[in-house]
Design a protein around this ligand. Structure first.
Ligand SMILES: [Ca+2]
Ligand SMILES: [Ca+2]
Ligand SMILES: [Ca+2]
Length: 224
């Protein structure tokens, strides 16, 4: 039997087998990395959605709680609009120069605020706006907010449509992820604290969503 000498190199069969094996290994590495990346960006989107939702709630709770703040008794501050999708509140927290001294009006920066949904970029989805009529106007607080719902309660915790009777406000917000998640099909129906439906995703919708609700006591209302 003749031994193969070392300068014979690889046979075609050996080369083909080597190429096939490396092809399989590269495919395996690629698909692992690809699925890790997918998982990562999904998690990133969920975290970003939660942060947007918390930021939205933080702003609204803080300002709605201050509705009617009027230490001089001259500003006639309070809840000015109380719709299920829009709230407008006024408070006297500063003066024309912004020193932080109430001056008996609600015509200064951060004193007359409306929260509502609008389409920030004209891209067909709704976003949360904070409108300061005395300053910057409409500003986007959180993008991709599907639902914003307010319920107004009197001193007994009963819903009321009378502005002067409002003592607390229930705020409910539905946020959605920036991009759809193919393979995600759970479609919840979102309800406010009164059990009223505030958002139903369309059939076949694959966006992930988060819901948050809170009740804010407006401690400056009904003091007189
Ligand atoms: Ca002023
Ligand atoms: Ca003022
Ligand atoms: Ca938009």
């Amino acid at each position: 039997m003749k031994l193969r000498t070392s300068n014979q190199g690889f046979t075609i069969t050996e080369c083909l087998v080597a190429m096939a094996i490396s092809g399989i290994v590269i495919t395996a590495i690629y698909s692992t990395l690809h699925s890790q990346h997918n998982t990562y960006s999904k998690q990133e989107q969920i975290v970003a959605m939660q942060q947007r939702l918390r930021a939205a709630m933080y702003f609204m709770e803080r300002e709605i709680r201050m509705a009617g703040y009027d230490p001089t008794g001259l500003a006639v501050a309070g809840i000015q609009t109380a719709n299920s999708n829009t709230i407008r509140i006024t408070k006297d927290i500063t003066d024309d120069a912004g020193t932080g001294d109430p001056d008996g009006d609600t015509g200064d920066t951060n004193e007359d605020i409306t929260y509502a949904l609008f389409d920030a970029n004209g891209d067909g989805d709704t976003d949360l706006a904070r409108n300061d009529v005395n300053a910057a106007g409409n500003q986007t607080i959180a993008e991709n907010i599907d639902a914003l719902d307010f319920v107004y309660l009197d001193q007994n915790g009963t819903p009321t449509a009378t502005l002067s009777e409002i003592r607390s406000v229930q705020i409910s917000v539905v946020a959605r992820a920036e991009r759809p998640d193919r393979g995600y099909t759970y479609n919840n129906t979102y309800k406010n604290q009164r059990g009223h439906t505030i958002f139903i995703p369309l059939a076949g919708d694959t966006y992930r969503r988060k819901f948050l609700t809170a009740e804010v006591k407006c401690r400056n209302l009904g003091l007189e």
